[in-house]
Design a protein around this ligand. Structure first.
Ligand code: ADP
Length: 244
């Protein structure tokens, strides 16, 4: 489903991704952990082509981009639509209701009919537990509710893969659970997901694979029970000692 080969990303002098290779099968949930600054967010942003990798290739389903040669501008938008991104800071449009936020992408980007999109958006908001908040504006919603709108909005574009960048980091602790539940439901439905998170419980319960990144490399990867109970690499052990 996803095939990342030799991915490098450099910001001026700073090499943030130093050769990432990663394959993810359809329907799998991969949780990415690692210290701040290790390149986790940059990796997700490269997958969504919010950042242009310096070199390497990314394949998702039957599309692939090879950044080692020049990538045609026309190839990026359809490739970007393969993934849906959920951000730490929700990034909802403040002047639009929950429903309008979810409808925006399919109408403006995919040119779908308004009526069909409205129905789909209502269904998605109901699915994330906000069927009674369709006409609420972001400022009228809690952080957890806003983030669930963010998830519904990403799903409305019907992506093949969902990317989550620390989706619960900005939330008060009592609101984290409702967002993780929506993510778990999605995982159980077979969505392919890559999740950057500090929620180790989510990683234990929902991940098929945990990837530990440090210094722009994947240092170690494995099943959650193996990574958490018997990490092999010293750097993984150190990191887990600090956070657990
Ligand atoms: P993580 O998500 O693991 O905390 P990031 O991918 O956010 O790590 O960042 C990795 C490094 O890249 C950091 O040193 C960060 O300052 C740097 N970085 C990220 N984005 C940019 C950017 N747009 N320009 C310059 N440096 C950046």
């Amino acid at each position: 489903m996803i095939s990342i080969k030799g991915l490098h990303k450099r910001f001026d002098q700073l090499e943030v991704l130093k050769g990432i290779d990663l394959e993810v099968e359809k329907g799998k949930v991969v949780v990415v952990i690692g210290p701040s600054g290790s390149g986790k967010t940059t990796l997700l942003r490269c997958l969504n082509v919010l950042e242009t990798p310096t070199s390497g290739s990314i394949g998702i389903e039957d599309q692939s981009l090879d950044f080692s040669s020049s990538v045609s501008k026309k190839a990026v938008p359809p490739f970007r639509r393969l993934t849906g991104m959920v951000f730490q800071s929700y990034n909802l449009f403040p002047h639009m209701t929950a429903l309008e936020n979810v409808m925006e992408g399919p109408i403006t980007v995919k040119k779908e009919s308004k009526e069909a999109v409205r129905k789909k958006a209502e269904q998605l908001l109901t699915k994330v537990g906000l069927g009674d908040k369709l006409d609420y504006y972001p400022f009228q919603l809690s952080g957890g509710q806003q983030q669930r709108v963010g998830i519904a909005r990403a799903l409305a574009m019907e992506p093949k893969v969902m990317l989550f960048d620390e989706p619960t980091s900005a939330l008060d602790p009592e609101l984290v659970g409702e967002v993780l539940k929506v993510m778990k439901d999605l995982a159980n439905e077979g969505m392919t997901m890559i999740v950057v998170t500090h929620e180790m419980r989510f990683a234990r319960e929902a991940a098929d694979e945990v990837i530990f990144m440090d210094g722009g490399f994947i240092v170690e990867r494995g099943k959650p029970e193996d990574i958490f109970t018997s990490p092999k690499e010293e750097r993984t052990k150190q990191f887990l000692r600090l956070i657990q």
